[in-house]
Design a protein around this ligand. Structure first.
Ligand code: UDP
Length: 455
């Protein structure tokens, strides 16, 4: 306990963007806060609510205006975000009032940085507001610079490579795709930039990364971004070697078929299986799917491929029939459980930030096949900065099967595979240190908790 201070009631409402890659780290943060004695409630949309089950964390609905259908049905991102801002502000405010009336007042809103309006709601109620950034500090630093006017859009060819303090030289293929093609995704670009619109009013900002991994990037921003690094937000069962029952995030928008996968993995030897997943949102083209499928087959390696049901129709003819005991396809699983399994030897990933952080924290070598958004920048760091894998090179149709086979051989059995595996183990150790008691991320979380709990 803090000296000369008395304990006060602390109640945090955590508000994630309603997609898997945002609910996971924010729910994990809510759980971490609860484990340190803070009452935690996750406020999320009606249709994501039922996918969440987390001991010690309350779950309450807020509205995005699409309570019945779910946002997967909303084609227009701009419309969805506008509707969420209007309906979310109102329903979040009502939720805060409800807790006040029931004698358990909310003292802080931890909001997904994509929802700056949640900070305005917190301030209207006179409570703390803390922004949670779900991407890497590197990506955050790029958008932060655009917001502050020290980087201009569009990034022109003759500006390249971009030389920014704290970052490696960035070429066109390393930049978040919204920067290369600002006019293609105006709503997403606006959302990314809106993260900084009222940040100066926030009482805290957090980044899901850690000091050893991206401390230099934050230093390079010279105070422009007030983020404290509190990651990796991964269930501690995977990092602390503690035997805990809680081996998942506690949220799954699709039914996980993990048992089937684990049984199958038990039949495979250590480091012999390639785990393939492109996360919860990416849709690859039919041509790209064909190249991945036949690349896996041609490599002759074992593979476990997570392919969402909606993508199965894109598989090339004859592929499923060609698979014997070397491969298995599932529509969803508990990814952490797979990555932690000793049979998994490498992770073919789209380099979404959670997947990247999970691979890195569990010491699994990666092959980056980034598709869009921040994934391109994450892949650059995987290959060149953290040196825990390679990035598959694209031709005009995407990553060709030959290229995939080449990368698989390099990471699984080539000359560099030992070095890559050593680096992966190093980062696993550093991730564990950051989040363990006394580690850099744990200290930052404790500072926040102490501030909330002791007046
Ligand atoms: N995930 C999972 N099961 C799967 C595939 C993915 O639980 O079969 C989780 C994964 O662990 C990660 C999240 O879904 O936490 C995906 O987030 P990421 O940022 O990697 O990608 P996004 O889905 O946002 O593109």
């Amino acid at each position: 306990m803090e000296q000369n201070k008395h304990r006060v009631h602390a109640h945090v409402i955590v508000v994630p963007y309603p997609s898997q890659g945002h609910i996971n780290p924010l729910l994990q943060f809510a759980k971490r806060l609860a484990s340190k004695g803070v009452k935690s409630t996750l406020a999320t949309t009606h249709y994501t609510l039922k996918s969440i089950s987390a001991a010690n964390v309350g779950v309450e609905p807020i509205s995005d205006g699409f309570d019945e259908t779910g946002f997967a049905q909303v084609q227009n991102v701009h419309l969805f975000l506008k509707s969420f801002r209007e309906n979310g502000s109102k329903s979040l405010s009502q939720l805060i009032q409800k807790f006040k009336d029931s004698g358990s007042p909310v003292t802080c809103i931890v909001y997904d940085a994509f929802f700056p309006w949640a900070l305005d709601v917190a301030k209207q109620h006179g409570i703390y507001g803390a922004a949670f950034f779900t991407n890497s500090a590197a990506v955050c630093s790029i958008f932060c610079r655009i917001h502050h006017g020290s980087l201009h859009l569009p990034v022109e060819k003759n500006d390249l490579p971009l030389l920014l303090p704290g970052l490696p030289p960035l070429n066109s293929q390393d930049l978040p795709s919204f920067l290369r093609l600002p006019e293609s995704y105006p709503a997403y670009l606006a959302m990314k930039l809106s993260q900084f619109s009222n940040l100066s009013k926030a009482d805290w900002a957090f980044g899901n990364t850690f000091e050893a991994l991206e401390g230099e990037v934050v230093e390079g921003l010279a105070g422009l971004w007030p983020g404290r690094l509190i990651g990796p937000m991964i269930p501690s069962a995977y990092l602390d070697d503690r035997i805990e029952e809680d081996r998942g995030y506690g949220a799954s928008l699709w039914k996980p078929l993990s048992e089937k996968c684990i049984k199958w993995l038990e039949t495979k030897s250590v480091n012999s299986v390639v785990y393939v997943s492109f996360g919860s949102m990416v849709s690859v083209t039919a041509k790209q799917m064909e190249e991945i499928a036949w690349g896996l087959k041609e490599s002759g390696m074992n593979f476990l491929w997570v392919l969402r049901e909606s993508e199965h129709s894109l598989l090339p003819n004859g592929f499923l029939d060609s698979i014997r005991e070397e491969g298995i396809l599932v529509t969803w699983c508990n990814q952490l459980e797979m990555l932690a399994n000793p049979a998994i030897g490498c992770f073919v990933t789209h380099c979404g930030w959670n997947s990247t952080l999970e691979g890195l924290s569990l010491g699994v070598p990666m092959i980056g096949v980034p598709q869009w958004a921040d994934q391109l920048t994450d892949a650059k760091f995987v290959e060149e900065i953290w040196e825990v894998g390679v990035r598959a090179r694209e031709d005009e149709k995407g990553v060709a099967r030959k290229e995939l086979v080449k990368c698989l051989k390099e990471v699984m059995e080539g000359e560099r595979s030992h070095e890559i595996r050593r680096n992966a183990s190093k980062w696993k150790k550093l991730a564990k240190e950051a989040i363990s008691e006394g580690g850099s991320s744990d200290k930052n979380i404790n500072d926040f908790v102490n501030h909330l709990m002791y007046a």
